[in-house]
Write a protein that binds this ligand. Sequence first.
Ligand code: DGY
Length: 321
Amino acid sequence: MEKPRIYITRKIPDEVIKPYKQFIDIRMWEKATEPVPRDILLEEIKHVDGLFCLLTEQVDQQCLENASKLKVIANMAVGYDNIDVTSAKDQGIIVTNTPDVLTETTADLAFTLVMATARRVVEASDYIRAGKWKHWSPFMLAGADIHNKTIGIVGMGRIGQAVARRASGFGMEILYHNRSRHKRAEHELHATYADMDKLLEESDFVVSLVPLTEQTEKLFHQETFHKMKDTAIFINVSRGKVVDEQALYEALRTKEIAAAGLDVFANEPIGVDHPLLNLENVICLPHIGSASVDTRIDMMKLCLENIHHVLNGEDPVTPVE
Ligand code: DGY
């Protein structure tokens, strides 16, 4: 019997795909660091039963119109706002993502940004490199404490809870806002549910971990930043579009809030001319939340496992519900 065929939109290591080669005919975009061109994706998708894609691909209506054989889309990310899930489901295509395997790694990065912004780590390193370190002095690059402060987590999903666990180790008070209450987090992590206004007003660190949906687009806007303390630090490791970037820029420029640590942007990749890069009180990272070697390999394996399950007539491991 002919093997089912899949397309992977990025070159991934041979040892990751090797175990699946006996079951699946695998084609792959040839480059590891550059996304597949749109016209090639539109052509490839016509012929495959499964698509393994990244958040750099927009799997939209136009793409899906071409996908008459497609049965499964495995997105190598926990977020799936790059996929038109409703249209895919209407066509009977199963969509999967990669939750769990990236939770701790992404929470590590979120907490790295909390610490690096509070203690001005990037600025301090640049300070030495620029030859500015002439003397030690009491307030040279003095930042904010992290321990015993209040962290406000917006989006208490798996990653939110993992951030809360880290915050708890630092003796922080934990506030959270979420669509629904998380009794377990309240019980185990002593996290307190707060409405958005209270969270914004009382938190020293506001951490965005909400997925991008119609409801969360520009959730953080002018008024939101206005409600935060002027010493507050804003961290975003979810999706750039949940923030009104112009409003954030103004809030940082006018010191309405103290600093920001951003792993994600409204339009990625950003270039060196992005206004936020002109501000000293911002740390910008190129969307590396889940970027540890082990986790990225686990994400790849989970995508292949999901595809293998579906093409074998079994339930996917991590379907997007
Ligand atoms: C995700 O999984 O959604 C991240 O943003 C990519 O690592």
